[in-house]
Design a protein around this ligand. Structure first.
Ligand code: SAM
Length: 281
């Protein structure tokens, strides 16, 4: 499948006169200009730790929700895009279902683990805000609040447009987001985990005025000596209305929103989490 490969600093397209809400599809506008964006790579130093079992609880609960929202609607040999695939845990489940999977992520190190885990899948190092794939996918999925990592509405809209473009007619997009309730109730305090060869401390904070959640993660890993790595992850809290309006602006229809806990994600990981479904006509 032809893939547009870009350097580490890549470019996204803006409509001239772009202000909030003016982010436009290149095919629909005459004048385009390019603004450099840096590929999202914050997870690089943290990938080895994430890959151990960071996503295990999420995935064991989310698979039931995804079965209802996505797998039940797909033919056996469907083509599926796993957007922001991380270390490939969902990619592996999708491949085990028999789907032809393409994983895309901005972090080279996260992808390194994904490639090892699912050698038969195709992987693309790219930014969700700036990729272009041919319209061949029956579905695109994006899990574990990956799209909250996109911090502005125009950039979220760009990601929606890119997904829309990559879907075949009738294809659908399913993704989950952390919503306000999650940030307000759970994004606070410190959480240490002490193991024999690794120690991590996670500190979370939510700024309700900016609607930005911030997690600082410090990990010590014992190799010959203790090694330290620091990661800062920011997430944007979008309202359901904003997400709906972005999906509509990108061209999607049949938009539905589901509470993750009602889909069976009963633990804290499902609290304040919504799954969105949207279709390309
Ligand atoms: C919480 S992890 C989730 C990974 C995977 N979806 C899962 O379910 O385990 C978030 C992932 O999103 C990726 N990511 C965040 N923003 C991105 C962007 N703008 N473009 C590409 N990848 C991005 C990160 O590199 C990371 O791998």
């Amino acid at each position: 499948m032809p893939v547009v490969r870009r350097p580490r600093v890549c470019y996204r397209t803006f409509h001239s006169g772009a202000g909030k809400g003016c982010f436009s599809c290149p095919s629909k506008v005459g004048k385009i200009f390019l603004i450099p964006v840096e590929r999202y790579a914050s997870y690089d130093p943290f990938a080895w730790y994430y890959n151990r079992d960071w996503g295990a609880e999420f995935h064991s609960e989310a698979l039931g929700a995804l079965r209802k929202l996505a797998f039940s609607r797909l033919p056996q040999d469907a083509r599926v895009l796993d957007l922001c695939c991380g270390t490939g845990d969902l990619t592996r489940s999708l491949a085990a279902h028999g789907y032809r999977v393409t994983g895309l992520d901005g972090s080279e190190q996260m992808l390194r683990f994904a490639r090892e885990k699912v050698p038969d899948a195709q992987f693309i190092l790219a930014d969700a805000r700036d990729f272009q794939l041919p319209p061949v996918f029956d579905a695109a999925l994006s899990t574990y609040d990956s799209l909250n990592h996109i911090l502005t509405f125009p950039e979220l809209l760009a990601a929606f447009r890119n997904v829309y473009h990559a879907l075949s007619p009738g294809g659908f997009f399913v993704f989950d987001l952390n919503m306000e309730e999650k940030f307000r109730t759970l994004w606070r305090g410190a959480h240490p985990v002490v193991e024999e060869k690794a120690v991590s401390i996670t500190r979370a904070h939510y700024d309700p005025a900016e609607k930005i959640g911030r997690v600082d993660i410090t990990v010590f890993r014992l190799e010959e000596h203790w090694k330290r790595c620091e990661v800062c992850v920011l997430e944007k809290c979008y309202s359901e209305e904003e997400v709906r309006s972005g999906l509509i602006e990108a061209g999607f229809c049949e938009i539905r929103v589901y509470d993750a806990q009602k889909l069976g994600m009963q633990s804290d990981i499902g609290l304040g989490r919504a799954f969105f479904f949207a279709r390309k006509l």
